[in-house]
Design a protein around this ligand. Sequence first.
Ligand code: ATP
Ligand code: MG
Length: 358
Amino acid sequence: MQIDLSIFSTKARPLIGLDVSASAVKMVELSGGAREGFRVERYAMEPLARDVVADGNIVNLEACAEAVRKAWRRLSTPTRNVAMALPTAAVITKKIIVQSGLREDDLELQVESEANQYIPFALDEVNLDFQVAGPAPSSPDEIEVLIAASRKERVEDRVAVAEAAGLKPVVMDVESYAALAAFDLIAQRLPGGGNQIVALVDVGANSMNLTVLRNLQQVYTREQAFGGNQLTQDVARHYGMSFDEAEAAKRAGSLPDGYEAELLRPFVDTMALEVSRALQFFFTSTQFNQAHHIVLAGGCAVLPGADEAVAARTRIDTVVANPFAGMALADRVNARSLLADAPSLLVACGLALRRFDE
Ligand SMILES: Nc1ncnc2c1ncn2[C@@H]1O[C@H](COP(=O)(O)OP(=O)(O)OP(=O)(O)O)[C@@H](O)[C@H]1O
Ligand SMILES: [Mg+2]
């Protein structure tokens, strides 16, 4: 099957947000709406063995589809429609200016010819999508069009995984967009409102992402190689476990007493240092010199003491991300587990929100 890279598609409903990340398959289903309030109907996470997904590429399609199938079964929903996302690095986005008042197919042609100039692969190897952003600031006869492109196989791999698991992908978003959609919900609840400079720091399995927003608009983003796999590797080495055993023990909190002082503390301190360095770099390379809040996301945000360590090192108010904080929960959803998993569900939550797009 072929689908468009429907980054801007808005038709599908109801649907499940499905995030295939390095460490796990994550699913979220929401109901309700922006006005009456959202409700978490269900969520599920299924760990992925190492090397099933590497650098955002699905390396082992079968293992990945099996994890999706398991997660979906545990979700126990009739919904098979899913919204998925491409890794941010796999998508090229660009704003172009075209003449206003074009017919749909002329606009398409225009976008394709413009896209040719910006996209480093042959257009027939590319999924291309576009959306009119609004009138061009410089001229009343022109409009701004946002184009997004990705290599076909990146889209097809994800579609194949969903389909092998019996699901139907109806939206293909971009991870950074989805995370920002969920982040909006968090920012609204920060003291001082969204009208501030907020640093969203996502520390996952392999990578750490710093995104800075002013008035909810992204002003900076940077990724670096740092994440919880480092701690998992330390655990594996220290206790003579396999990587996957170490990962499971670390998540379950079933490691011997010495773990906290010998491995966890030093890792959390390093993480705080990395966050502080990333912010320093942001301050020195932009006109900004402060941030009002740090929102800590990703699986490493729930490590005991992580928020305190980051706050102490940076001297910036630090909270752990919970996009579900203002939502009602269905009875079947365990509030305590959701709270612990919430920081790593930003992308899945943002994707689930696509159900309510106008
Ligand atoms: N409850 C927990 N206790 C300790 N560590 C946890 C817990 N939950 C998740 N982690 C760690 O967080 C990391 C996974 O985080 P997350 O799910 O945000 O990453 P990812 O999105 O899969 O990966 P990446 O963002 O690097 O592509 C792993 O290193 C995992 O061990
Ligand atoms: Mg991640």
